[in-house]
Write a protein that binds this ligand. Structure first.
Ligand code: 5AD
Ligand code: SF4
Length: 455
């Protein structure tokens, strides 16, 4: 296999970003080199997302384009991985016979074996409840020769896969399977390896991190380690400057975890807590298993532990049966919480989900109007929140150069642009910054020099 090039195009969430890194490392180990130039690649992998119909359509249209590439370069291998691969399986090959390999979400670790053995058009999409996520230590040295912009100070670490919640709109339990947690020892070993390699910030990943260790019996989770316990263990690794995690379902958000925001010094003050809707009727139809009141209570508790915490959320508008009053409840929740930011989406029918069969669907025009209203109010609130940061000082981790300026991120997950940082400051360094200007999507900062008396 030696000497061949691969290109991975990743869609969807951070779980997919991390899976793409794993596939890149596996390919590097057998001699492949990563390229960002489509024409140079001998292997193209689309790591796909099927959360909404649009995400899936993007993959299908890209596969159409790749058909032409393959005509010009018949040796080119095309692989579809991730959630669309899992969901569609051999239907992909029936529709797109130029696809060589379909690799499901629990099969990525077999990628290089599948490539070696594969006869034309193989499909590996087994999805089992007792899946054990293998130990896997990141290696930054293989297959990276042509990597355009390696981000070497900030990494994702997957702690669990799958989901048992079966929210009525959500395809994830169908594409990622039942919830399985990784062994504590594997996670800690991986976190140590990251910090030793110079990583300053780790984000722990799972579809519902708050139920870590609670639903499967991986041997060393028999003592029922909680997510908060795991988080404290990772946070204690010397040299780790920042720790984040995503995502939590409000129904499982424990006081023990919220308390970490008061006690764990390197835990960043940002919480992404998807609410989906402000209406109890809609939340119940979504099978979210919490109420608006419980959600608000959690927000209050979080703020009492950590007054500066930034809260972001996900919202779906136009869920089947959502009437004008229900939508107003989502708008009033936005007012009440004053989210720092949000991702909002029009409801989309997904195959295999319960809500796909619900009868009272909302028309596209109404969905678009509601989305527009929600997003413009959110933009105003974000700007207001950002303006409240002006003249305050925050620690900012520098991420990259952008032209003559540098860009970093606060613990609250706000981007900060600097015009005045010299080249002795590198990605991964943390500087104290005074915010001098606030825009809707980012802030401008100046290096804050403290005089000795203040230190
Ligand atoms: N339609 C629209 N949005 C969805 N999401 C999940 N499933 C759907 C769907 N069928 C949104 C939710 C989730 C985010 C990742 O995507 O808000 O939190
Ligand atoms: Fe998309 Fe969900 Fe799969 Fe992530 S887990 S890639 S968001 S469908």
């Amino acid at each position: 296999m030696s000497g061949k090039s691969f290109l991975i195009k990743t869609f969807g969430c951070q779980m997919n970003d991390r899976d793409s890194e794993i596939m890149a490392q596996l390919l590097g180990e057998v001699g492949y080199v990563e390229t960002s130039v489509t024409d140079q690649a001998d292997l193209i992998i689309l790591n796909t997302c099927s959360i909404r119909a649009k995400a899936e359509q993007k993959v299908m249209s890209l596969l159409g384009v790749l058909r032409k590439h393959k005509k010009k370069k018949p040796g080119l291998k095309i692989c579809v991985a991730g959630c669309v691969a899992q969901q569609e399986g051999d239907r992909i090959i029936k529709k797109m016979p130029h696809v060589d390999l379909v690799v499901g979400t629990q099969n990525i670790y077999q990628l290089t074996d599948l490539l070696k053995d594969h006869e034309a058009n193989s499909v590996a999409t087994s999805l089992v409840a007792d899946y054990v996520i293998p130990a896997f230590i990141p290696d930054f040295t293989k297959g990276k020769e042509n990597k355009v912009l390696p981000v070497l100070f900030r990494k994702f670490l997957t702690i669990m896969q799958g989901c048992n919640n079966y929210c009525s709109y959500c395809v994830v339990p169908h594409t990622r399977g039942r919830e399985v947690s990784r062994k504590v020892s594997h996670i800690i070993e991986e976190a140590h390896a990251l910090v030793e390699a110079g990583i300053k910030e780790i984000t722990l990943l799972g579809q519902n991190v708050n139920s870590y260790g609670q639903t499967n019996s991986v041997s060393d989770i028999k003592d029922k380690v909680t997510f908060a316990g795991l988080l404290r263990e990772v946070a204690a690794i010397p040299g780790l400057k920042r720790l984040r995690f995503t995502t939590s379902n409000p129904k499982d958000l424990s006081d023990e975890l919220m308390c970490c925001f008061a006690e764990v010094e390197n835990l960043s003050p940002h919480f992404h807590l998807p609410v989906q809707s402000g209406s109890n009727k809609v939340l119940s139809a979504m099978h979210r298993k919490y109420t608006r009141e419980l959600y608000l209570e959690k927000i209050n508790t979080l703020r009492s532990y950590c007054p500066e915490i930034a809260i972001t959320t996900d919202v779906i508008v136009g869920f089947p049966g959502e009437n004008a009053e229900d939508f107003e409840e989502t708008m009033s929740l936005l007012e009440e919480v004053h989210f720092h930011g949000s991702y909002s989406f029009k409801y989309s029918d997904r195959p295999g989900t319960r809500s796909a069969d619900f009868s009272d669907k909302i028309d596209e025009k109404t969905k678009s109007e509601r989305l527009q209203r929600f997003q413009s109010r959110q933009d105003e609130i974000s700007l207001e929140q950002n303006k409240s940061y002006v003249d305050k000082v925050f620690p900012v981790m520098i991420e990259k150069n952008e032209g003559d300026s540098k860009v970093g991120r606060t613990g609250t997950n706000h981007l900060v642009h600097f015009a005045d940082l010299d080249n002795s400051i590198n990605p991964g360094d943390i500087v104290q910054a005074r915010i001098v200007h606030a825009g809707q999507h980012s802030l401008q900062g100046k290096l804050h020099i403290t005089n000795k008396d203040e230190i």
